[in-house]
Design a protein around this ligand. Structure first.
Ligand SMILES: [Zn+2]
Length: 295
């Protein structure tokens, strides 16, 4: 039953948001705020054309994302958490290029560069300047068995580190429902990582616990997402958040969900009858439990 009189006045968090100094940057954050947004999770976006190749370069590009978060906090009085890590697409391309040019040495160099990027991110998390590692994962397109296996190996290694350090991971993985969740939850249990600390970014809207297997879902709230989300959230125990994966890419404006989408969908969810308690968990309790209290 749609009830247009119900209105959500609580906090609103977008769990996966990119910003680009050459894009709309502060204006995009302002759009989010103007429609009721209060909390952003700013996810580092590498320069896909030339991703960093040394520890120092990783640190420098991460530092800029942290600086952007601070500018958004100062300018718009929004809460911003920061997620840093080696994007699986950038890593896979680097791996393929280096393997083609240098064979075994190239593979080793790519692995080393991946580990450097994780270590650099971890330093910022320990300093309290970042709140999770991500987006990490594995290619969401067809790759050779070698690239696939190596991606899995490094992902499992990163899960072991997250278990040791007590930090959450934002995952970027292929689009399957059952097989992907099953695979990831098995990897988590092999490494001793509590599954809820794996946050599946770009999650499909079907979040029955029997499918999500203890992982936290960060649901991409496109137009068609509300119906399956409303049909399945009562069978979810672990928790979920909402996201746009806003890209702030000036070359592809409108190619992805815009910065106002999570606030808009939140109002649609409450109008459609979602409990306030569930929305409070989604926008406040789950993110606080995973990332710590907001800044
Ligand atoms: Zn992303």
């Amino acid at each position: 039953m749609v009830d247009a009189h119900r209105l959500w006045k609580g906090p609103i968090l977008d769990n996966h948001f990119h910003l680009n100094r050459k894009g709309r940057f502060l204006d995009a954050a302002k759009d989010f705020k103007n429609v009721g947004g209060t909390h952003l999770v700013l996810v580092h976006c590498p320069d896909f054309a030339s991703p960093p190749t040394s520890f120092q370069e990783h640190r420098e590009t991460y530092a800029d994302t942290i600086a952007m978060a601070e500018e958004v906090r100062r300018t718009h009085d929004l809460h911003v958490r920061v997620v840093l890590g080696p994007h699986p697409a950038a890593f896979a391309h680097q791996f393929i290029n280096w393997m083609d040019s240098d064979g075994e040495d190239g593979i080793e160099r790519a692995c080393e560069n991946y580990r450097d990027s994780i270590d650099a991110a971890l330093e910022f998390v320990k300093e309290g300047q970042a709140h999770a590692i991500g987006e990490v994962g594995r290619p969401h397109w067809e790759v050779s068995a070698e690239v696939w296996d190596l991606s899995n190996l490094l992902l499992e290694e990163t899960m072991a580190l997250a278990a040791r350090e007590g930090i959450p991971l934002q995952l970027h993985v292929e689009g399957e429902l059952e097989s992907t969740y099953r695979d990831l939850s098995e990897m988590a249990s092999r490494t001793g990582l509590p599954t809820h600390r794996l946050i599946r970014h770009y999650s499909p809207p079907q979040i029955n616990e029997s499918v999500t297997r203890g992982l936290t879902s960060s649901v991409l709230v496109g137009k068609g997402a509300l119906e399956p989300l409303l049909a399945s959230y009562e069978q979810n125990q672990t928790g979920f958040m909402l996201e746009t994966d806003y890209m702030d890419d000036p070359r592809r404006p409108g190619a992805v969900l815009g910065p106002k989408t999570v606030p808009k969908r939140t109002q649609q969810l409450i109008e459609a009858g979602m409990d306030e308690e569930v929305l409070w968990k989604c926008h406040v309790d789950i993110p606080n439990a995973l990332y710590g209290e907001p800044e």
